[in-house]
Design a protein around this ligand. Sequence first.
Ligand SMILES: NC(=O)c1ccc[n+]([C@@H]2O[C@H](COP(=O)([O-])OP(=O)(O)OC[C@H]3O[C@@H](n4cnc5c(N)ncnc54)[C@H](O)[C@@H]3O)[C@@H](O)[C@H]2O)c1
Length: 379
Amino acid sequence: MIGYQFMGKAHSHAYRDIPFFFDSEAKPVLKALAGRNESKVNKAAEKMGWESTETDWRRLIEREDIDVIDIVTPNHTHAEMAIAAAEAGKHIITEKPLALTLEEAKAMYRAIQKNKVVHMVCHNYRFAPAVQYAKRLIEDDRLGRIYHFRADYLQDFIMDPSFPLVWRLKKEVSGSGALGDIGAHSIDLARFLVGEISELVGTMETFVKKRPLGEMAGGLNAEAAKDQYGEVTVDDAVAFLAKFSNGALGTFEATRFAGGNRNKNKLEINGEKGSVRWDMENMNLLDVYLTDDEPGLQGFRTINCTEEEHPYVGVYWPPGHIIGYEHTFIHLLYEFLQGIAKESQPSPSFLDGVRNQAVLQAVEQSAESRRWVKVEQFD
Ligand SMILES: NC(=O)c1ccc[n+]([C@@H]2O[C@H](COP(=O)([O-])OP(=O)(O)OC[C@H]3O[C@@H](n4cnc5c(N)ncnc54)[C@H](O)[C@@H]3O)[C@@H](O)[C@H]2O)c1
């Protein structure tokens, strides 16, 4: 694994829990952790249970005792690392968004195709059992034709103007702001549950344009340096309207300025025979409305998706004994390892990452041109 902070912790924990809860055909061995700072990477490796460390990620990729490369570093590093890993024949999991730009994402996709490795991009929210169950309801035609997809991804961790200019606020490192950091997750949920987006119109805003310099310090915390300021070069907030290829309409909002909303990743889908709605902050619950419920019982019911029938959750606890954020990573990385063991390609793959990136690019183009933009369809 390359990187060891917020996502490093989430992925390390997941690898350790997979063999505990799942009958996984491939058992993860936490062989080596790479970082640039020797003492920090050694400390992280000891805490998170990695056997050895490297201070140059290229050295990690060269190692013959490594089969899988897990990339949990900022977005501008994903392409170079993933392409090098693919060329060395390693299976690859990379954090989202897949890359800085659509061009980079396509180059990554070409590299994994050429070298025939298993690949995934870490859109973990798909793996909440309630979201998986919503997918099953849609596939079983319980909602009928889909009319609406509505997503709000609301955070507030950068509202304070003294929150520093971390990598997430620099375009050359992150690609975009709220759009690629959290909007990309809503786009993935939309593509997973409803289908491809064909065209869109959107707008973006940066409310705080200068901030003190600083670094991420674990989770979404940061440390500011004193008296040095720099320019924010990404969006603080984005909103866009979309048309799906199947005729559904989408509305999306992603912002880090929605005070009081810590990680409010919400979606609602309305179809001809029913609706579902989900909110990450109550991630086990799925609200379901079915039009054929009898009169008098019409309305949303709330399902606690912790029953045997709900995907993944049966391996943990009895019904009603809820699971959390970290389990979304356990499920995703379990699918990745099963893909490697069974020589099959799980989703979301780099292809999903490229298609997601095409939507991100279209939103930026639309915000700039103030026009509807067609989303490039990539096969
Ligand atoms: N799936 C999710 O929900 C989710 C949540 C948060 C972040 N992410 C993604 O995960 C990735 C990492 O984000 P994070 O929040 O963990 O960031 P972070 O700032 O907490 O950690 C980044 C890590 O990368 C290391 N790093 C930075 N530049 C490097 C380089 N050039 N070479 C080697 N190591 C380097 C840092 O030392 C640190 O260990 C990003 O792509 C981000 O978009 C995904």
